[in-house]
Design a protein around this ligand. Structure first.
Ligand SMILES: [Zn+2]
Length: 329
């Protein structure tokens, strides 16, 4: 009943015309401090050719590294285009940004590439769009490339406020999106749930702490809304953060998850969806911090701690920058 086709790590894959499912390219895998490799994913439904960005910590550098790894080897730049592969992807194939919250490690790539970017929407909860216009695109930190905010508006980016928990179409793609608030050390972050025209779903979580530590029910609400899609085997995958190892005390989590807390949260999803319902669910781990310390890497430790306690049978993935994951329909 809950048999799933597991995601595969690919350099490039060609699909049949009507194949559904999702491709996820990791433009940035780290939750800090490595500039050039900060949280950013490109997501595409196999029902159309265009991508959206899920957070935008690293954009151009992520495109360069991903292109070198062969992530876009099946994409040809039209001969009439004056752009390189990286330029063509940024300007023509990425149709919008989904920003979970305005922390610098989630938006730096978008800001830095903005002078040469094409016009596109920034989709976010209204408080996050307010943060972008007040703190970055304000002619002080950076020119105002937005269509709202301080001073002259260059209007390259259209701030598109998403209402909470309501489906909205994503222009230029076959996707619809539902934004749900998350609690991030008391501040606001966002989960974006994507749905394609076949009803296949993909969920991306921005930074979030566990409900028990945040004293919130934000994650519970997201799990509730996803549970029916788990039951129907329509949830094809999720991206969620694990920033710290289990040894990190709760008071030092600052709105992030550990392996233990992620598994606790996934147990809530299982309890809402039915025993055994998460078996084979593809869970992509993001936001592991780059470490300056010698010894075992945080990634190795987090991977081990997740796998050792993985009684739910979920399928964890730890993509590096430039890696592509394909999620079968
Ligand atoms: Zn953050």
């Amino acid at each position: 009943m809950f048999r799933r086709k597991l995601a595969v790590l690919v350099g490039c894959l060609s699909f049949g015309v009507n194949a559904a499912g999702y491709d996820l390219v990791t433009l940035g895998s780290k939750g800090g401090i490595q500039d050039g490799n900060l949280t950013a994913f490109m997501l595409k439904s196999d029902q159309d050719d265009n991508y959206v960005m899920l957070d935008a910590g690293s954009v151009v550098n992520g495109l360069i590294v991903s292109d070198e790894k062969g992530a876009f080897s099946d994409i040809k730049v039209p001969e009439t285009s004056p752009y390189t592969k990286v330029g063509y992807l940024l300007k023509e194939r990425i149709k919008g940004y989904f920003i979970s919250h305005a922390h610098l490690d989630h938006v730096a790539g978008m800001i830095i590439s903005s002078p040469d970017d094409s016009n596109k929407p920034i989709y976010a909860l209204s408080a996050t769009n307010d943060d972008l216009q007040n703190n970055y695109f304000n002619w002080s930190a950076w020119p105002n490339f937005g269509n709202e905010g301080k001073g002259f508006k260059l209007s390259k980016y259209t701030y598109t406020d998403l209402p909470e928990a309501q489906w909205q179409p994503v222009a230029g793609t076959s996707l619809n999106v539902k934004a749900m608030p998350l609690s991030h050390s008391g501040g606001l972050s966002t989960a974006f749930v994507m749905k394609d025209t076949d009803g296949d779903m993909f969920a991306y979580f921005g930074d979030t702490g566990p409900d028990a530590v945040e004293k919130s029910d934000a994650l519970k609400k997201v799990w509730s809304s996803l549970s029916e899609h788990v039951k129907n085997d329509k949830l094809k995958g999720i991206v969620i953060e694990v920033s710290f190892r289990n040894e990190t005390p709760d008071k030092q989590l600052f709105g992030h998850l550990t392996p233990k807390w992620l598994l606790e949260e996934l147990k809530t999803l299982e309890s809402l969806s039915g025993k055994g319902s998460l078996k084979g669910l593809d869970v992509v781990i993001s936001h592991i911090k780059y470490s300056l310390k010698k010894g075992e890497s945080p990634e190795t430790i987090i991977k081990r701690q997740l796998e050792e306690a993985n009684t739910l049978g979920v399928n964890f993935h730890f993509p590096q920058q430039g890696d592509t994951l394909s999620f079968a329909p």
